[in-house]
Design a binder for this molecule. Sequence first.
Ligand SMILES: [Zn+2]
Length: 309
Amino acid sequence: MTVSTNLPLEQIKCDLCESDNYIIIYPACYEKQRYTDIEEKFRSSGDEILIDQVVRCTQCGLTYVNPRLNASLILEGYASGNDTTFVSQAKARERTFERCLNIVERFWKKSDKGKILDVGAAGGSFLYVAKKRGWDVVGCEPNRWLCEWGQKQYGIPIHAGEIQSLNCEDATFDIITLWDVLEHTPSPRKVLEECHRILRPGGLLIVNYPDVGSWISKFMGRKWVFLLSVHLYYFTKTSITNLLKHCGFKIVAFKPHFQTLEVEYIFRRMQAYFPKMGHLGKKLVQKLRLQSVQVPYWIGQTLVIAWKR
Ligand SMILES: [Zn+2]
């Protein structure tokens, strides 16, 4: 399906306070559009630079893409297509998630391990790590190819669809995680409200997101590598706090979130904003045969841990 910049775009209201008053933070630059196919554009490893207009709500400060593609088209883009680029990093992701689970377990005060739901589970790497440590795990993921990959690779139950399509009873889960997910969703508020409903009282919510208020984001400006076409929202500590409070959560902690990827993959992703540096780095690690070396990196990713009140 072809995405034309003058066809399916729609104006949206602020997801948090429903105001339609905003100031423009970044003007659109549709001439830089790289993908005209929604399957190419919206996938977990989507690396098209931000071409849309980004605005900030003058009432509550939430920063988001507006106008944007219709939500059902975005979800259709995520649901179809395969993502071999994304699963090529499964081993490195498992390493990231070992560290993440250590943090989650530090905040989990009960002796029994409970039931975890991973929203936007992709190939299921986090759930695989959690299952090995004795957690009861379930995932949901809109991309059908990734669901099947995870089920085959890890033997993890991953429901194909959004969180709302799980149709869970109230208070089903002890922990809900959203790794690199919330900023991709057409309505983070609706996702968090559903998380709140199906989480047990006192249950933990774990969210990571690229923090547009971080010093590194401010330093890099328009070249911050998380300014991507797939990111529909750009949270700061303040805006995510407001959103979580609004949805009935109490924040326990913020932490910098380090991710691990293979060094060649990092340079490849860097090429979107820094073509020369990314290309040279990629060539260098290939020459030194260091492509598969796994390195932790931080460019403003933030982890927030919250309780259901
Ligand atoms: Zn607002």
